[in-house]
Design a binder for this molecule. Structure first.
Ligand SMILES: *Cc1c(COP(=O)(O)O)cnc(C)c1O
Length: 713
């Protein structure tokens, strides 16, 4: 961080000479100097180079307009205005708030000015570094020697072993030096919320619009359990999104709760539509309470916001309608909603407190922001008991937290602050929009087929597009609620040919798994693959080249597909899984083979039915797990699951949401759930390399999936 941009020269001696001297003096201070040709060039430079740490310019020539434009990019960046005795200096209060310093053009003043610029640069770097990270950097730079854990001792131990040296060289000195023990008192404590850790929490809460925030170093899986353990006492009833993350099932297994499911819709494409409005209404909940053994009025609710396919709720409606004392929005996938106006009113922390209710929002900082794996946050708005909450927090937190993860959570927050943060998120949104338009254009230009995108016809402006009822049918949801759900533009779902929005199967089709494999073999990893759709996330790390390589991957697929290449040439990794089977097969035969199989099973209808009637809850997940711990469990083939109580959660990928919970039984009424699972198994049986990953079921050497069920129940 040592680049300073200088606007000049000006062709007049009394200005150019002092700048020349300053150039040399700044170089002595360790700065690198660059000369943009005009203000447009300068602005572009700042936009593309986050390492620029100051701008020197002529006040007579550029003055305030340039300052304001730089401010829009980065309001913290120090600006150095050079004036002469003739310069007019009518600076308003507004400008005085900028990081703006004035110097006079004068010879032989360069060394002093350079020293001051160095000092202002240090203040700038200090200003943008958040508190915990700063304390950690300082600690590491001081190079103190400790006699505590971790045993690698700032990396020293590694260098005493050949293989250790390999490890050390790979990860680098600082990342090991920053891995310090909790006994370092000047860094405070994550578990006690003291010192720089406390400052970090406060800084993060201010950044994310929360009243309180907690940093969690082992994922939102843990954040979700912390919130649940605190919010729902043993024996109570909770409302839980049926399309929840498995960490919530684990919460239900750990603690004795009665779940009542909030049932989301799903369209024929298999896209999750979220929970309809009526599910949040009092009457609907009363009916479910009455129909569920041991259930009472729920004390807590958990809603996945956004859904896996990128649908966000009108959270204001839920907060005001849902009549429970605490509401938890699991927002693992959307830690950026506080930083772009299109997300207003669609996140847990947006809006004011709701009297009498506590709102929680959990986010995987690592999923779409720049943070190390496992970085997660819990945000809270409303009154809660801090001490009791902290017991739940500590119950799930290691006593040896990773400080690099803590620093990465805090830095992720710092990156989102101010105009640089807004720009960062805006760029993701713009990039996703651009990509969407490109695919649309290629589709329009294509003579026969091309991929489609799941989106409204007109996407001119950045917005979260409503899933509206009525005429518009791009989304394929029957009976959508008005003003309830919105598609996040950065979650891009690409549709492959084969199935219409209403679920009608075309004569021919290209199952999405083929495209996913093709892209994967070219280094583009798909987030989620449905039967005829693929999900891509345009997070802040997606740059133009990555977006382009995805686009190229899609066009290459089309070309190779149209040429009907051999599987061997087009998908060599797949071919390698079973060379005999794929020996002479061509890509179109493979696509049509799988497509026919899906058609035979009437997939779209099957999926709708599979998620329409839930299996019967015989035991709560907690009770079921206790049975399992006691050994009352046996393994059966998946086909024999009917009328047996499942010991585990069964969760096929895709769609990545549980279809059977521990303690549930598939009966004749919910038979479609089993048919759906069997169909997934069948595709894998017929086509090597297309086995579905079913969590909770084990695929044996003999090609049979087996599941665990409870004995004597
Ligand atoms: C990924 C995910 C989690 C778990 O987050 P980790 O940070 O991976 O532990 C929780 N909820 C949802 C909805 C998720 O997608």
């Amino acid at each position: 961080m040592n680049i300073i941009a200088i606007m000049g020269p000006h062709g007049v001696f009394y200005k150019d000479e002092p700048i020349k001297e300053l150039h040399q003096a700044l170089e002595k201070q360790g700065f690198q100097l660059i000369y943009p040709t005009n203000s447009t060039d300068l602005l572009k430079l700042i936009e593309h180079n986050s390492r620029i740490c100051g701008v020197i310019f002529d006040w007579d020539e550029y003055s305030l307009d340039l300052c304001s434009e730089i401010n829009l990019l980065n309001e913290y960046l120090p600006l150095y205005a050079f004036i002469s005795t003739h310069s007019s200096l009518d600076v308003s209060v507004n400008e005085m708030r900028m990081a703006l310093w004035f110097f006079e053009y004068a010879l032989s003043a360069a060394d002093d000015i350079a020293v001051r610029i160095k000092q202002y640069t240090n203040e700038y770097l200090d200003n943008i570094t958040p508190p915990f990270t700063k304390a950690l950097f300082t600690y590491v730079n001081e190079g103190k020697y400790t006699f505590c854990t971790p045993g690698h001792m700032a990396g020293t131990a590694y260098q005493k072993s050949p293989v250790g040296c390999l490890f050390y060289d790979f990860f680098g000195g600082n990342s090991l030096k920053a891995d310090v023990s909790i006994s370092v008192t000047e860094l405070g404590s994550l578990l006690d919320h003291t010192g720089p850790h406390l400052e970090a929490e406060e800084y993060i809460a201010r950044t994310f619009g929360a009243e309180q925030s907690y940093m969690v170093t082992n994922g939102t899986s843990t954040s979700n359990k912390i919130v649940g353990i605190y919010a729902a006492p043993s024996g109570s009833t909770v409302l839980i999104d049926r399309n929840c993350h498995k960490s919530l099932t684990h919460l239900l297994m750990m603690t004795d709760l009665v779940p009542i499911w909030l049932k989301p819709t799903r369209n024929a494409l298999g896209i999750l539509g979220g929970i309809p409005k009526h599910e949040f209404m009092r009457q609907n909940i009363e009916e479910k309470v009455a129909a569920t053994k041991d259930a009472q009025w729920p004390v807590h609710a958990v809603i996945t916001n956004s859904t896996y396919d990128g649908l966000l709720y009108n959270t204001e409606f839920i907060k005001h309608t849902l009549d429970v004392p605490s509401i938890h929005f699991d927002s693992a996938w959307v830690p950026y909603t506080n930083f772009h106006p299109i997300y207003q009113g669609k996140s847990g922390m947006s809006g004011e407190r709701v009297p009498g209710k506590v709102i929680y929002e959990t986010q995987s900082t690592h999923k779409l922001l720049a943070a190390l794996s496992q970085a997660s946050l819990i945000h809270i708005k409303g009154d809660y008991d801090e001490q009791t909450f902290n017991e739940a927090y500590m119950m799930h937190t290691t006593t040896s937290p990773s400080y690099p993860i803590v620093a990465s959570i805090e830095t992720a927050a710092a990156m989102l602050r101010g105009n640089p943060g807004k720009r960062l998120i805006n760029r993701s949104v713009e990039r996703a929009l651009h990509f969407r338009r490109e695919v649309q254009r290629l589709r329009e230009e294509s003579e026969d087929w091309f991929f489609d995108i799941w989106q409204p016809e007109h996407i001119d402006e950045a917005a979260c597009w409503p899933i509206s009822p009525g005429e518009e049918d791009w989304h394929g949801f029957k009976d959508a609620d008005a003003d309830h759900m919105y598609l996040d533009p950065i979650k891009v779902t690409i549709l492959t040919p084969g199935m219409s929005e209403s679920g009608e199967m075309a004569g021919e089709g290209i199952p999405a798994a083929l495209v996913a494999k093709f892209l994967d073999e070219r280094g583009v990893v798909v987030e989620k693959t449905g039967p005829y759709n693929l999900l891509f996330l345009f997070s802040i790390g997606i740059d133009k080249t990555k977006a382009l390589s995805l686009l190229r991957g899609l066009t290459e697929f089309k070309r190779s597909y149209d040429l009907n290449l051999r599987v061997k040439n087009m998908l060599p990794d797949l071919y390698a899984e079973d060379p005999d089977f794929y020996r002479n097969m061509r890509i179109q035969d493979l696509a049509q083979g799988i497509h026919r199989l899906i058609k035979q099973h009437n997939l779209s209808d099957l999926m709708l039915r599979a998620f329409d009637v839930l299996p019967e809850m015989k035991l709560t997940p907690h009770q079921a797990y206790q049975q399992q711990v006691k050994g009352n469990v046996e393994t059966v083939e998946i086909e024999q699951l009917l009328n047996r109580v499942s010991a585990n959660m069964i969760l096929p990928y895709p769609p990545g949401v549980p279809v059977v919970m521990p303690g549930e039984m598939i009966t004749n009424e919910s038979r479609a759930v089993l048919d759906f699972l069997l169909m997934l198994c069948s595709v894998g049986e017929h086509y090597p390399g297309f086995e579905t990953d079913i969590h909770g079921a084990k695929l044996g050497e003999d090609g049979i999936y087996r599941v665990r069920v409870l004995k004597n129940v």
